[in-house]
Design a protein around this ligand. Structure first.
Ligand code: NCD
Length: 304
């Protein structure tokens, strides 16, 4: 495995391999065992957009495997404000590090970065494009909680237009054979490319505007935030902000075995009362970023 740019580049076998390795990493991620397979290696962590979980879990993963991290979170203190291009930043960081994890507001930025990098690039989110490492931890959580990755009814809820996590996840789930429901406010529907792919592979369920319509038939309720920063017009954001409110009453209408996931951050789309319900898995999901990214780094940098 070299660059990790899009879920399209990952085969079912590769995905399973990452998840199996991530399972083996759990004791190290929890601090119960020690492994320094990346000792002496350096990860370049360059984030042009805000991040909490993705950046911190990548850095934790690198530290727990004995490696080091360089990088920046926000460009204020870097030469980017002087006008340095992404190409030059990547050329330079790839000379300092053994792999580069990149988050950037522009769709296609990670792919572009591969042209200028001498080391593997890991896409940590490119605008409204994809977020493949998030998808791997989502799949890890689904397998952990449901025991399988196929034959599930997954309802993706929220900003399906600008949300990169749901783009990657829909493509990845379709590799396994599932039914995918799309629930979004008007104007924030899933891009045609994703819908056509789901239809062509016979995995398109229902598209609607309210989660009530699909909840009774949902194994996984995957909720997302409205991506405020991607709206060209703030007035349009205000129209849809707070549209969905997942509360205990709605969650109880799902099957007993249903789980609720969210890539986080959540704004107000899941009320805090849901957090204590057994269905709520979003904090477990956030923790799973560590073992999954440990597995990825050990494969990409360590050659495991
Ligand atoms: C997501 C992202 O950045 O795309 N966050 C994350 O990485 N867990 C989701 C979001 O910002 O809404």
């Amino acid at each position: 495995m070299r660059h990790v740019i899009s879920v399209h580049d990952l085969s079912v076998e590769q995905i399973k391999d990452v998840l199996d390795r991530a399972e083996g990493m759990l004791p190290i991620a929890r601090g119960e065992a020690v492994n320094d397979c990346l000792r002496g290696k350096v990860l370049g962590s360059i984030f042009f957009e805000p991040s909490t979980r993705t950046r911190l879990s990548f850095e934790t993963a690198m530290n727990r495997l004995g490696g080091g991290v360089i990088g920046f979170a926000g460009t204020e203190a870097t030469s980017v404000v002087k006008g340095e291009t992404l190409a030059d930043t990547i050329r330079m960081v790839s000379g300092y590090a053994d792999a580069v994890v990149l988050r950037h507001p522009r769709e296609g930025a990670a792919k572009l970065a591969t042209e200028f990098s001498g080391v593997p690039i890991l896409n940590a989110g490119d605008g409204a494009g994809q977020h493949p490492t998030q998808t791997l931890l989502d799949l890890f959580t689904i397998r952990q909680e449901m025991g399988r990755l196929e034959g599930l009814n997954i309802s993706l809820v929220g900003d399906l237009r600008y949300g990169r996590t749901v783009h990657s996840l829909a493509f990845a789930l379709s590799k396994f054979g599932n039914t995918i429901n799309l629930v979004s406010p008007e104007g924030l529907e899933m891009p045609g490319e994703v819908v056509e792919h789901l239809e062509a592979s016979g995995q398109f369920g229902t598209a609607c505007h309210t989660p009530e319509k699909v909840i009774a038939n949902t194994d996984i309720l995957y909720v997302t935030r409205i991506q405020k920063e991607r709206f060209p017009d703030p007035v349009e954001y205000e129209k849809v902000a707070g549209k969905y409110r997942i509360d205990p009453e709605l969650v109880s209408k799902g099957p007993d075995s249903m789980i609720v996931m969210h890539p986080l951050p959540r704004i107000n789309e899941i009320v805090p009362e849901v957090d204590v319900m057994p269905q709520a898995k979003y904090f477990t999901q956030a923790f799973n970023g560590v073992p999954v990214r440990m597995a990825l780094l050990s494969m990409v940098i360590g050659g495991a």
